[in-house]
Design a protein around this ligand. Structure first.
Ligand code: HEC
Length: 442
């Protein structure tokens, strides 16, 4: 049966040359687990495409509806939370795999002549993936998205000469707003995917032309030669399966976050970028004032220049680690720095003041009683009564309690209703009012 089917298709499609072209590639030194990361990266890209297409069915790229459409996906749509979880964790998975893939290529010196072109295309693919991460982060249009993107975009604004015009192009106007969201959506779902598909094809085309580099041990490479099919394919498949199970598990047990809707007037929100930008975010903190360009322009340019021209910097033919000590030490130092900065950043972020339970309960009371019908906090709500954004700096605890019990006793002609709150609600609401300051207390 299988034979018959094969023959039927083979007669019409001439399958043999395809098999030779796709699967019979000889791998010097034989199949190995260290070669699986490229395939897993490619798998993650496909996963992002598929989950992304399903998310696009419900997602609406407008500032009025973006947040609500994501909430709808998370709460109403069948498997919505799972699909968004796959997309969310898949992005991280893709980053990790690209990192490991690049590390492997680096350790093996696989970018050396004659594979410089494959490396160059790979570096561009890496940059495109970062752009995917950055543009995708804004799309839910929640507080995290808004403020992290604000920080990211402002970096562009500090560039000398081109900064301001570039800033305007990226934002599509004066502010981060409706136009920006549209731009990022188009970038994320149309421009970048096509570009990536094109360059991945080129990357693989070059791979088929020059062949894989194999181990640095020449004797071993010459002695053992194994075709891509079936052993390497099987190893890649196992890697892909494990990677998928991890991401699926994360999607089930740790749903992708969605914070409050973006509020451009609430400047107290602490920006938290995606983890793969954290080390850079942290790095920027060490360069302020006139030194800012070092962080925003000089160091990134240096990094990408070195990355691009690595095959020409590390040009000795010998690929063994012993003859490449300088680059190993350099790479090791760089990675140490990256992970140290990530650790510092995570420590800083997790020690940010969090709202106490009574403040959170008070916030809930505020919403329940619809105080926003008369009051405004950071731009949200009506301006009938006084703006309460920083009211905690103006009044004392006793004053609030007295005022809530009987507004007219303090402000004789007050229009504010007396709510007759229970003791607990009264104190929670007061704690919430007291927390409304420029700096949040711990
Ligand atoms: C019907 C509209 C209305 C509603 C609803 C309302 N307020 Fe007021 N509120 C006012 C007005 C008008 C004032 C100004 C007069 C005064 O201070 O009593 C005021 C004053 C205040 C003040 C004092 C501000 C200052 O600067 O002195 C606080 C605090 C306050 N409101 C909190 C609340 C909270 C919390 C709620 C919900 C439980 C609420 N208000 C509901 C109209 C309202």
């Amino acid at each position: 049966m299988k034979k018959m089917l094969y023959r039927w298709f083979d007669e019409r499609l001439k399958l043999r040359p395809i098999k030779i072209a796709l699967l019979d590639e000889a791998i010097p030194g034989g199949a190995s687990w260290v070669y699986i990361f490229g395939s897993i990266t490619l798998f993650f890209f496909l996963l992002q495409m598929i989950t992304g297409m399903f998310l696009a069915i419900y997602y609406s790229p407008s500032i009025e509806h973006a947040h609500e459409s994501i909430r709808y996906i998370m709460e109403e749509v069948e498997f919505g939370s799972f699909v968004r979880g796959l997309h969310h964790w898949g992005a991280s998975g893709m980053m990790v795999m690209i990192g490991l893939h690049m590390l492997q290529v680096f350790l093996y010196g696989a970018y050396k002549r004659p594979r410089e072109l494959m490396w160059l295309v790979g570096v561009v693919l890496f940059i495109i993936t970062l752009a995917f991460g950055f543009s995708g982060y804004l799309l839910p249009w929640d507080q995290r998205a808004y403020w992290a993107t604000q920080v990211g975009i402002n970096i562009v604004g500090t560039l000398p000469l081109v900064g301001t015009s570039l800033l305007r192009i990226i934002r599509g106007g004066q502010d981060l707003g409706a136009m920006t969201l549209n731009r990022f959506f188009a970038l994320h779902t149309l421009f970048l995917p096509w570009l990536l598909i094109l360059l991945v094809t080129l990357h693989l085309f070059i791979l088929r032309r020059v062949g894989p580099a194999g181990p640095w041990d020449k004797a071993r490479a010459a002695r053992i030669r194994e075709p891509f099919w079936p052993k390497q394919v099987a190893m890649d498949a196992v890697g892909i399966l494990i990677a998928f199970m991890i991401v699926a598990g994360l999607a089930v047990w740790f749903p992708a976050p969605l914070s409050d809707p973006a509020n451009p007037t609430d400047t107290t929100f602490n920006p938290i970028p995606e983890w793969f930008f954290l080390f850079y975010y942290q790095l920027l903190k060490y360069f302020s004032g006139p030194w800012e360009v070092v962080g925003t322009l000089i160091l990134p340019s240096l990094f990408f220049l070195i990355l691009f021209f690595l095959p020409w910097l590390d040009r000795r033919k010998d690929r063994r680690p012993i003859s490449r000590r300088f680059f190993f030490v350099g790479g090791g130092l760089f990675l140490t720095m990256v992970f140290t900065l990530i650790a510092i950043s995570i420590r800083d972020i997790s020690s940010l003041p969090t709202l106490s339970p009574s403040v959170l309960r008070g916030k809930a009371v505020y919403h329940e009683l619809d105080c926003a019908a008369c009051h405004r906090i950071h731009g949200a709500g009506e301006a009938f009564g006084p703006d309460l954004s920083y009211i905690g700096e103006l009044r004392s605890r006793d004053w609030f309690i007295q005022h809530f019990k009987d507004p007219q006793s303090l402000v004789p002609d007050s229009m504010m209703p007396a709510y007759g709150l229970e003791e607990q609600a009264l104190h929670d609401l007061t704690d919430y009012m007291l927390s409304l300051k420029h700096e949040i207390d711990r």
